[in-house]
Design a binder for this molecule. Structure first.
Ligand code: ATP
Ligand code: MG
Ligand code: MG
Ligand code: MG
Length: 469
């Protein structure tokens, strides 16, 4: 089953249960300063949830593009995480509650008319005190008690406001994905044998200012399921990246790089990261975010630069990410028309950004590689402040780029040492200005030094105090 069919089935199923289908909102939150990005299907519907707006229909379903930057380090390493993904959601604004949502989730998942998972492979988690949810799963659905795990963390609470227990649904991908004797395999564990596919949140309490909880007069349902995860199961592939949502992007990258997918684990990580980041950056630009030095713009700048670096690790030394936008459009354009309509613009922005980054990257990267190697050979796990400063000053590597690279090799960077070297340079520069009565020094090593430190091929990134997300 194609991913696009799964999405359509989701919407058709909930439409058949009386839901109004809402289109995906922009990745950029509207009137919500609390969020940098839309990170869940419910996020653009908050005004309904907190009662500011009354929806025409209290039942809503959508497929919402979401960005979660907190998952960046997982991308390429786990089978299931992306920085941008589609969250399938169904919502009840003071209408149906636990019994219906559990019954419908089960029907959608197991009925051959919908996505037809083998019911034997499904397990769920519930909040230990939520006996009601346990009872519906156990008595109404007939799920054996040993496949209902009680987990303390199944409670959604983000401080003041509506909150409540949740129940999550996991699909057992079988022995090839992990050993059942390993408790990390079980729902909630680190291993991905039991793949979390769907979270059903019962918002039934209000978390009050004084820390107490009182029942909400209007109880809501908020659910989220990962389209890419459903797809990986239904297409019976190893990871989300092997589905029709990602494979064409990866295959094209393989052609450009002259590598073969699934032959080298490090290459695979790079291919997955590139495919992931290209989608995120393309969609974000499509929603009006421009690469910059702050906030959202800085996030996409970092993602794009990360993808460039992974491209380099595959031997690609020219801008190529922008060429993948057309493929993203072929895969997702039928549902997200913006990615096709704004294709040329997105390509242009990405290409310019790529070109600029390429100009400065290569020399710095080889130095960084040497530094990591030397530090490791000496048994160290840290890049020194002066070295990080040299990368910054001579090669234009912002501190966080050095830090990212170091982290990928299990190392840290001496921030204090970096700051001290920066301060020292400023002091020297001030002294030099005084020596010459404020005139520019022409020629000589100092001029050279200053010129390099002011080289602005990557100007915004090198600016101090650039916000790091
Ligand atoms: P996980 O534990 O796998 O990180 P989560 O518990 O953080 O997932 P939820 O916040 O419950 O995820 O989001 C609802 C659903 O959205 C998840 O069950 C999953 O199917 C999907 N999902 C969440 N984060 C991601 C992501 N980074 N990439 C792809 N799908 C995701
Ligand atoms: Mg998560
Ligand atoms: Mg989880
Ligand atoms: Mg979850």
């Amino acid at each position: 089953m194609k991913a696009s069919e799964i999405r359509s089935k989701w919407l058709a199923f909930f439409e058949s249960k009386g839901h109004k289908i809402e289109p995906s909102a922009s990745l950029v939150p509207h009137n919500d300063p609390s969020l940098l990005w839309i990170n869940a299907g419910m996020a653009p519907l908050k005004p309904y949830f907190d009662g500011r707006v009354i929806p025409d229909n209290p039942r809503i379903a959508n497929s919402q593009k979401c960005i979660r930057t907190n998952d960046i380090e997982n991308v390429g390493k786990t089978r299931r995480h992306h920085t941008m993904f589609e969250m399938l959601g169904n919502f009840s604004i003071g209408d149906y509650f636990k019994e219906e949502v559990i019954t419908w989730a089960w029907e959608f998942l197991t009925s051959p008319q919908w996505i037809g998972f083998d019911p034997e492979r499904l397990s769920v988690t519930v909040y230990p005190e939520d006996e009601e949810a346990f009872r519906y799963w156990n008595e109404k659905i007939g799920l054996p008690a040993e496949r209902i795990y009680k987990l303390e963390e199944n409670f959604w609470d983000i401080g003041e406001g509506p909150c409540g227990p949740c129940t999550e649904i996991f699909y057992d991908r079988g022995d090839a994905f992990g050993d059942l004797n390993d408790p990390e395999c079980w729902p909630g564990g680190e291993n991905e044998r039991f793949l979390e596919v769907w979270n059903l949140v019962f918002s039934q309490y209000n978390h009050n200012k004084d820390g107490s909880y009182t029942p909400l007069p209007n109880k809501n349902i908020d659910t989220g399921a990962g389209l890419e995860r459903f797809t990986s199961i239904l297409q019976n592939v190893d990871s989300n990246f092997d589905t029709d949502l990602f494979r064409p992007i990866i295959d094209r990258t393989c052609e450009v790089a002259g590598v073969t997918y699934h032959t080298n684990p490090e290459h695979d990580i790079a291919l997955k990261v590139i495919a992931d980041h290209v989608r995120t950056v393309a969609f974000a630009i499509g929603d009006g975010v421009m690469p910059s030095n702050e906030g959202r713009g800085y996030v996409i700048r970092r993602l794009l630069r990360r993808a460039v670096r992974y491209g380099k690790s595959l031997g690609v030394d020219r801008p190529f990410l922008f060429e993948l936008v057309a493929i993203v459009g072929e895969i997702m354009g039928a549902y997200y028309s913006e990615i096709v309509e704004k294709r040329e613009f997105i390509e242009k922005v990405m290409r310019t950004e790529e070109e600029r980054f390429h100009e400065t990257l290569s020399d710095g990267l080889s130095l960084l590689g040497e530094l990591v190697k030397t530090a490791k050979a000496d048994g160290g796990a840290r890049i020194s402040g002066p070295d990080a400063f040299k990368l910054y000053d001579t090669y234009g590597f912002p501190f966080d780029l050095t830090e990212d690279y170091a982290a990928e090799h299990g190392m840290t960077v001496d921030r204090e040492g970096f700051d001290a070297a920066m301060e020292e340079q400023r002091t020297r520069a001030r002294a030099a200005r005084q020596d010459t009565g404020g005139m520019n020094v022409q020629g000589g090593p100092l001029a050279d030094f200053t010129a390099k430190s002011e080289f602005v091929g990557y100007e915004e990134l090198a600016v101090e105090g650039a916000k790091v997300i």
